[in-house]
Design a protein around this ligand. Structure first.
Ligand code: BG6
Length: 471
């Protein structure tokens, strides 16, 4: 049985839905130089191309035009009975390059209007401070988050938005999926030179971002004492492929390195006990000092939020098995699970496992801030009969309820995503997650009109019955 104040809702990110990339003085962010359909070709192989190539189409420039249509979208969320809407503030709407001394009033006013619109319907904003859209200038000039100057720029941005929205926003998140930054160039913005140790760069970037996150926690607690601020990680429980002890240890190592390590830094405010050995193996020597470690220690988050799309399966290095696709991280194909069209393995029970694992390790309230299924779907008679999405969400919500019955404290659930938006990993529109369809294709063509899918009505009833009726 869920508490009556359980926060039901949906989640988006500014760069995937707002569009209006150069309106109101907004600066260019990292997300604004990522192309559409061919994004994946470069993500791991040649991220430098994002800086050096001119592409035909940049989906963040249009998004799904939430910037101009937020009233219509929020009215639809209100119709579903949303208690909460997770969104992000585009840093570059407030500080176009990240370095200005004064914020941009037009950008601040836009979010004031969005928050007012949400509060009009009693929808609590849950705001991510940074969702993969660092100002491009900070990346080009300072080589991204490897430079601690970005910590100061981020602190200034946080102070501005906490002061401005202190009466409107009571739930905040620091960095989206911050655990991804050790391996991913897009969120960390740091280009490597020949001879660089990627782990050295990755863990220094993670340190700098978690330090910035701890400073944000401190400011938030000082400026909005009645607010709660959480970290946000991509969490997939990691199953050993077999009971071979080496598979079990390999799964543990993978989970620690990619996921738990970053949670320890933010939820316990300290480097976990296995750090020394891990850093030695990876050749990592951190640039830090006592003051920074103290800031981390004294400013841990109030809650842990995470995205959940799949579990992962892992084995000892020498074991050869069929691999599967995944969200940021991937592993071995689990033969007991089905996959989405994009090869993400569906594992509803993994959500219950994830909640129990995180709660038993950290003992802090959890918030599931992303969960959903991307499907290439066509509209027929102005709707989509998306029974598969209903099935997916139903199975996951069932397991969320099981976790609550197990005793895990869960603050809320914001599915990804109430409206179809641009896919983060592929830049496609055809990878649709919404319960609301948006008429826009991968080339940016379409009316941008919104249509309710079958799941819209289903989710409305789930919220109305506080998760009691799932069929
Ligand atoms: C999460 C991100 O990793 O997964 C979102 O926080 C993203 O930004 C979501 O959209 C789904 O991934 P994708 O690549 O299918 O859009």
């Amino acid at each position: 049985m869920l508490n009556k104040d359980f926060l039901w809702g949906g989640a988006t990110a500014a760069n995937q839905c707002e569009g209006a990339w150069d309106v109101g003085g907004k600066g260019v962010s990292m997300a604004d130089i990522l192309p559409g359909k061919i994004r994946q070709k470069y993500i791991f192989a040649d991220p430098d191309a994002f800086y050096t190539k001119k592409f035909d189409y940049y989906p963040s420039h249009i998004g799904v035009d939430f910037y101009h249509r937020y009233k219509e979208d929020i009215a639809l969320m209100a119709e579903m009975g949303f208690k909460c809407y997770r969104m992000s503030i585009a840093w570059t709407r407030i500080y176009p390059t990240g370095e200005e001394s004064e914020p941009l009033e037009e950008g601040l006013k836009f979010y004031d209007d969005v928050f007012d619109e949400l509060l009009k319907y009693d929808i609590q904003p849950l705001v991510t401070l940074s969702h993969f859209d660092t100002p491009l200038e900070l990346n080009s000039k300072y080589n991204g988050w490897i430079d601690k100057h970005l910590v100061d720029c981020f602190e200034k941005f946080c102070k501005t938005v906490f002061v401005r929205y202190r009466n409107k926003v009571k739930y905040w998140l620091t960095f989206n999926e911050v655990n991804a930054v050790t391996k991913l160039f897009v969120p960390n913005g740091t280009r490597m030179k020949e001879g660089d140790n990627p782990d050295q760069i990755g863990y220094q970037v993670l340190h700098n971002m978690c330090l910035a996150g701890a400073k944000a926690v401190k400011l938030c607690h000082e400026i909005i004492p009645d607010a709660k601020i959480g970290c946000m990680v991509q969490y997939s429980p990691v199953y050993p492929y077999s009971c071979h002890p080496d598979d079990v240890l390999a799964a543990l190592d993978f989970e620690r390195d990619r996921e738990l390590f970053a949670i320890d830094l933010q939820a316990k405010g300290e480097y976990p006990y296995y750090t020394r050995r891990m850093f030695k193996k990876l050749g990592v020597v951190l640039d830090t000092n006592e003051d920074e470690l103290e800031i981390l220690k004294n400013n841990s988050v109030d809650f842990i939020s995470f995205s959940y799309y799949m579990s992962l399966t892992y084995a000892r290095e020498e074991f050869v098995a069929e691999q599967t696709e995944g969200n940021i991280f991937s592993g071995i194909r689990n033969p007991y699970l089905n996959s989405t069209e994009w090869g993400w393995q569906i594992d509803a029970k993994g959500l219950r496992f994830a909640c129990n694992r995180l709660y038993s390790l950290y003992g802090k309230p959890l918030f599931i801030v992303e969960n959903g299924v991307g499907v290439d779907e066509k509209m027929v008679n102005e709707t989509v009969n998306d029974n598969y999405r209903i099935e997916y969400l139903k199975n996951h919500i069932e397991q969320l309820k099981e976790a609550v019955d197990d005793g895990v404290q869960i603050m809320g659930y914001t599915m990804w995503s109430p409206i179809d938006i641009v896919s983060n990993s592929t830049g496609e529109m055809r990878k649709r997650y919404g319960v609301i369809y948006v008429d826009l294709d991968d080339d940016g063509k379409g009316t941008l009109n919104r249509y309710k899918k079958k799941s819209f009505y289903w989710y409305k009833n789930v919220i109305e019955t506080n998760g009691e009726e799932l069929d």
